[in-house]
Design a protein around this ligand. Structure first.
Ligand code: FAD
Length: 334
């Protein structure tokens, strides 16, 4: 084991950053690598710009909608985010709809959001790490194991934590790592397209979110103004995975179909002033393991993310990344 080389953490989403924070706690050197310009992964927030509406500057959640808390350890860290003003308790009540319209209201567990968008939580998490912990805009294209080292695009590491959707990891992991590939092949993933729309101020009915059941176009509608806490008339609708899969090459082509479904469901007469589509080819695993993560001590390679820890959600990603960080730390200290 080459225990002086750093650990490569591939992915700066919730699981990768949770993993890195544990490594940092144990004083283990690491480098987070992400192909994105900024941290966040699927906890993605985008600022509306050049919309021609009065709501340029509104920060929209275009990936995960909210998160929930069950695990007490995750609850502790969420409380710290709330205390520092990053996260907020949003709502415990959503509407429910069928293709014919809103059919009721369902109260449930508390859903949490972030005043500056969910991505800001991960920016906050990174602030506790050393400077330059994250190498952005760097797409990993190859990963292999040789002489007890992990080579990530020919850079040497002592171990690697793959904290990203399996189909994305499969693209760069050496085919000779058969056990890793077999694990990466276990679960399939659904696509989602998130369509953000800005309406006229006075138009929106009072709702936080709508679970849309048995609808061929929509699965979920979020009132992003309520989620943000500023009441801006911004709505994010998620497209059914089967329809999303047909529009991955040109996501904006699905916008008219989404609006045609959205207007009657929300009882709106006027079309939005502006809409935009975001594609998630690997939005959610179709199932998830109960195991927290995977770590192969022989080769120093681990897997974490929301296809572990009961996924597919933000809390599972945190639990999984945190557990992988602990496993790598124990292995490192042997
Ligand atoms: C549309 C949508 C709605 C959702 N709604 C909810 C919800 O309401 N509640 C909830 O709890 N969860 C929700 N989720 C799921 C939640 O977003 C995820 O569970 C969580 O964010 C996963 O974090 P992660 O770190 O495992 O993966 P990701 O956030 O996907 O992080 C992986 C990172 O790896 C990077 N990467 C990929 N390939 C490479 C490469 N080759 N080289 C370098 N970097 C690479 C990516 O840029 C990304 O930053 C939703 C997800 C989507 C997409």
């Amino acid at each position: 084991m080459t225990d002086r080389l750093p650990v490569a953490v591939i992915g700066a989403g919730m699981s990768g950053i949770a993993c890195a924070r544990v490594l940092h706690h144990h004083k283990i050197p690491f480098q987070i690598i992400d192909r994105g310009r900024v941290v966040g992964g699927r906890m993605a927030s985008r600022t509306i710009r050049d919309s021609g509406t009065a709501f340029d500057g509104h920060i929209t959640d275009i990936g995960a909608s909210y998160f929930t808390v069950q695990d007490p350890q995750f609850g502790l860290i969420v409380n710290s985010w709330i205390e520092s003003g990053v996260a907020r308790a949003w709502t415990d009540t959503f509407h429910v709809a069928t293709p014919t319209g809103i059919s009721g209201v369902r109260a449930g567990t508390m859903r949490y959001s972030a005043t500056q968008g969910l991505r800001s939580i991960l920016e906050h998490q990174v602030q506790g790490l050393p400077e330059h912990s994250v190498k952005p805009s760097t797409e990993v294209t190859s990963l292999s194991v040789t002489d007890g080292m992990v080579l990530v695009d020919n850079e040497k590491f002592g171990a690697a934590a793959l904290c990203l959707p399996e189909p994305q990891a499969k693209k760069f992991v050496d085919e000779n790592l058969i056990d890793i590939h077999n694990t990466l092949d276990e679960i399939s993933w659904d696509a989602v397209i998130a369509v953000t729309s800005v309406f006229e101020t006075e138009q929106l009915p009072q709702f936080d979110g709508v679970f849309v059941n048995e609808h061929p176009v929509l699965t979920w509608i979020a009132n992003d103004g309520h989620r943000r806490g500023n009441n801006d008339p911004v709505v994010v609708a998620h497209v059914h995975p089967d329809l999303a899969a047909l529009h991955l090459l040109e996501p904006s082509a699905v916008i008219p179909t989404v609006i045609d479904s959205l207007l009657p469901l929300l009882g709106l007469m006027k079309h939005p002033q502006w809409s935009s589509a975001m594609r998630w080819t690997y939005a959610k695993p179709t199932s998830a393991r109960a195991d927290l993560c995977f770590f192969d001590e022989e080769v120093g390679l681990g897997l974490a993310g929301d296809s572990w820890a009961g996924g597919p959600k933000v809390e599972a990603a945190w639990l999984s990344g945190h557990a992988l960080g602990q496993q790598i730390s124990q292995w490192w200290q042997k």
